[in-house]
Write a protein that binds this ligand. Sequence first.
Ligand SMILES: [Fe+2]
Length: 403
Amino acid sequence: MIRPPIALALRAMNRFFTPEKPLTFSGKGAMIKLADLMVRSGSKRPLIVTDSFLLKNGMLNGLLDFLKQEGCDATVFDGIIPNPTFAVVEEGVAAIRKGRCDSVFAVGGGSAIDAAKVMASASTSKKPLDKLAGILKVDQPLLPFYVVATTSGTGSEVTTAAVISDTKTHKKTFFVDPKYMPIAAAFDTGLLVSLPGPMTAGTGMDALTHAIEAFTSRARTANTDRDAATAIRLIVEFLPVAYANPGDERAREMVALGSFLAGNAFTRAGLGYVHAISHQISTHYNTPHGLANAILLPRVLRFNKDACSERFAELERMLLGSTDQPYAPDQAQRFIDRVDTLAETVGIPVNLDDIQQKDFASITKDALAEARSSYAVPKVMRKGDVTKILESVSTGSWAVNFA
Ligand SMILES: [Fe+2]
């Protein structure tokens, strides 16, 4: 069964609203190149949005020295926390007003980037913050906004969305608008090499999930296919290298670029059941997003195998470097086996110990509702399918019997 309205809505959004990818800088020193661009573009008083860990560990020293040399009066906001709240955004906006900031420069993972997007918007808006939540609610141009991504997974540096936690309702609030796309983004290998192993694995598998869900979405386009396929190629080759050799700058850069391309694909084509289920698991058990996705991905690939056999086979032939080979059904299973092996290579566990049977009904209901309202999935799940996946995540193996 298909759901054309969602696919059509996503296609319309892609066509009429989504801007081009931001300008990017990558490699050692990319953060300073990005700062140079910001200064040359006229910024004199940037707000640097980051977390206290990066600041305390001296990761921003080079940036702050550079801005000082350039005569800039930077304000540093280091109050970013995982799952940033409305209060964090309000503090950032207050810092922008106090420092009379003329741009926003985020350095961090998805939390810093998302919070900075909404700060850059709320500081120029005539609306209160809660009225900016939702789709296409931004009423004014953002402050010029730049991003240094220090993890490689969320793709937030190239998406038109931000997620902020509402401590009153305990729900994640989505802010979606094409104006949230940054002007430019940097992937600085000098920062990326510091990412710990479990975060490298989880964020890398999250990026792979973005690419595969975009590649199998009913809202895909020729451009999202190209970016998703390139992302899959880069992540499959270089994620194990970055995990085994954290200091390998080439592998770090390639995984970061793969994550960027995956983000560009999914912000246009949408996601699927891995994200629909993992969001609920993370809400219940605080499971890191990338880890939850990594555990679910091999199961959801098996659910989609019949509907996506030719798509998976195409990816397998691409990874083998033999795109002129004819389609054969076993190529799809070989692609799924390849994802299992990649997950095991980067230390992803087969099961999630925290998950509890008493929560299955609520996780299933919310996951199906999220997918129904947001994603153009290739094949529709029923309650029993989600339950089988959750049982398998609790005690089973990668393989799930959906019969
Ligand atoms: Fe994700």
